[in-house]
Design a protein around this ligand. Structure first.
Ligand SMILES: Nc1ncnc2c1ncn2[C@@H]1O[C@H](COP(=O)(O)OP(=O)(O)O)[C@@H](O)[C@H]1O
Ligand SMILES: [Mg+2]
Length: 301
């Protein structure tokens, strides 16, 4: 079994032992689960940066995929969220082993994501429809909560400010943190996907488009817009269309989801803050210009 190079690279770049061991153990893990769940391989391996996806046939010959991700808290949360959504707007979970980071999922078209749609308004409308359905579901008690995530983010801001030499970057980060402070008292109670961009929506047969790859979090729907606003950024940058497209998408998403625009803009700044804090944690010493461009495209109260 040839583990896809992108997955190997994302797990060996930092040279940490548990990641390397997980990659090395993948062939044996696939064999073990195939044996236990009576699966046979059926097609090309796929992957992103986090997961190995193995197309299989189940014991009745039905198409499915075996998805493996390092067993961590996020992996268990993803399984819990998928179980709670029961396939409404998102891929169906057929079986799971959280201890092994393994999920048996309904098979979708791994080669056709929503990124293949040229009409941006249509793609945004589909993302909005999926988000609305995901947000409608009742949230299980074991998922992470935005209130807690917000507290942790705000606690990290002073150290992050100290790591940014450019005063303009520090002003921006402080600005985004102020937006979060204003909203953190009402963190919301909806089940969020946290990573719903066009590559995480696949064509299916049960429904034309279904979400995959959730990182479930309980909170305000406004915190769930950024991946859809940022979707396909390279193309937007190349066409110098960031400002117009982001604003158009923001209008469509807030209207379809019936969100308060000021609060949605504030939560989006909070999401940009989160990205910036992750970047600083990874050793970056400036705010990503793409994130700044997105912030500038949002309506100001
Ligand atoms: N249910 C599925 N059916 C078919 N292909 C899938 C399915 N889930 C994922 N894939 C394929 O595997 C790739 C990586 O899956 P994903 O869950 O997004 O992992 P990552 O977290 O690494 O991005 C997807 O982009 C898609 O091509
Ligand atoms: Mg993905």
């Amino acid at each position: 079994m040839e583990v896809p190079a992108a997955l190997v690279a994302s797990h060996t770049a930092h040279g940490r032992a548990p990641e390397r061991e997980w990659i090395a153990g993948l062939p044996a893990l696939v064999a073990e689960l195939a044996d236990r769940w009576e699966l046979t391989r059926d097609g090309e391996l796929r992957s992103g940066e986090a997961a190995l996806v193995v197309p299989v046939r189940d014991r009745d010959g039905g198409p499915a995929v075996l998805r493996l991700q390092m067993p961590r808290a996020e992996t268990a949360a993803a399984l819990s969220g998928l179980r709670a959504w029961e396939g409404r707007g998102i891929v169906r979970l057929l079986d799971a082993d959280p201890g092994r980071g393994a999920a048996l999922l309904e098979r979708l078209d791994g080669a056709r994501s929503l990124a293949s749609l040229a009409d941006d308004d249509r793609a945004t409308g589909i993302l909005a429809g999926i988000l609305a359905r995901l947000h409608a579901g009742p949230a299980p008690a074991d998922l992470p909560r935005l209130g807690r995530v917000a507290e942790d983010m705000l606690a990290e801001v002073p150290a992050a400010l100290a790591a940014l030499p450019d005063p303009a970057d520090r002003r921006r980060l402080a600005d985004w943190a102020a937006a979060l402070t204003e909203l953190a008292g009402e963190p919301g109670d909806r089940m969020l996907h946290w990573d719903l961009h066009a590559d995480n929506v696949l064509a299916g047969e049960r429904e034309p488009w279904l979400a995959i790859d959730p990182e479930p979090l309980v909170g305000d729907p406004g915190f769930d817009l950024w991946p859809a606003l940022d979707s396909g950024r390279e193309r937007l940058v190349a066409n110098r269309e960031v400002a117009r497209t982001v604003r158009r998408r923001f209008d469509l998403l807030t209207e379809a989801l019936e969100l308060d625009r000021d609060r949605a803009a504030g939560w989006t700044l909070a999401r940009l803050l989160q990205n910036a804090l992750w970047d600083v944690e990874d050793g970056r010493t400036s705010v990503d210009p793409a994130q700044i461009a997105l912030a500038e495209a949002l309506p100001r109260p």
